[in-house]
Design a protein around this ligand. Structure first.
Ligand code: ADP
Ligand code: MG
Length: 231
């Protein structure tokens, strides 16, 4: 909580209140798992981070002006160490082509999360003028807009309410291991919903927050991408 307060006060009064870099730290501070990695602003640093991570990495452009990174080719999945340098330059070039005056903070280098055994979900919050902080849970990734398979509760939620959310979406069977797949860590999803509920309850300055995707695998959950807007 203290750590979260520090992070939020460090961005107070900033012109652009859509947080990128700080958002991951904020989740961390509330015990929500995020993939290993870091945000860097030079290719050599990107390589250092990549070398500390086992296997290939994911690289993403970090800019408050680019909200949907993959739309502009700003996400590279499965990058081997040999390609980290070029990938870095390429990501920055793509961002510049998209918006020449974009404020580019750098590139995020992330551990790969196993999407094959996992399900991409989304956990979010936005403040409804009538109901207050509305928590949303649903299927994430590319399916979220197509299927609109989501469910809502007003924060704060109890453990059983959070658990209900994971049971009442149409795709719930996917989480519980449809078609011979191993069930994912539903308890981890439930816990994440509760932790997010606590975070937005503790900090009314958080106006909007989306974890998309929260990848749920049989071994746990990882908040792979987060977007947040503060007052
Ligand atoms: P954006 O939503 O801004 O396009 P994301 O960080 O959500 O950017 O990345 C887009 C997609 O790339 C994700 O939905 C996911 O399918 C894939 N992806 C992103 N990060 C990882 C990762 N660490 N491991 C595996 N796949 C990833
Ligand atoms: Mg995303």
């Amino acid at each position: 909580r203290e750590r979260a307060r520090e992070i939020l006060s460090s961005v107070e009064g900033r012109d652009d209140t859509r947080l990128g870099v700080e958002a991951m730290d904020l989740l961390d501070a509330y015990g929500i798992q995020t993939p290993d990695g870091d945000i860097v602003d030079a290719p050599a640093e990107a390589l250092e981070v990549a070398e500390d991570i086992e296997g290939d990495v994911v690289m993403k452009i970090v800019s408050p002006d680019i909200l949907h990174k993959s739309d502009i080719g700003g996400v590279k999945v499965g990058v081997p160490n040999e390609e980290v340098y070029d990938a870095y330059e390429d990501l920055v070039t793509r961002a510049r082509n998209y918006q020449p005056d974009a404020n580019i903070i750098g590139v995020q280098v992330q551990e790969m999360v196993d999407l094959d055994s996992g399900v991409e979900t989304i956990v979010g919050m936005n403040r409804d003028p009538q109901f207050g902080p509305l928590l949303m849970f649903g299927l994430g990734g590319i399916f979220v807009e197509v299927l609109e398979d989501t469910t809502f509760r007003v924060a704060p939620v109890s453990e059983s309410e959070a658990h209900e959310m994971t049971e009442e979406i149409d795709s719930a069977p996917l989480l519980r291991g449809a078609r011979g797949r191993d069930p994912v860590d539903v308890a981890g999803v439930t816990e994440t919903i509760q932790r997010l509920s606590q975070l937005v309850t503790d900090f009314p300055a958080i106006l909007e927050l989306d974890i998309n995707p929260l990848v749920a695998t049989p071994d746990g959950v990882q908040a792979v991408d987060v977007r947040l807007t503060v007052d």
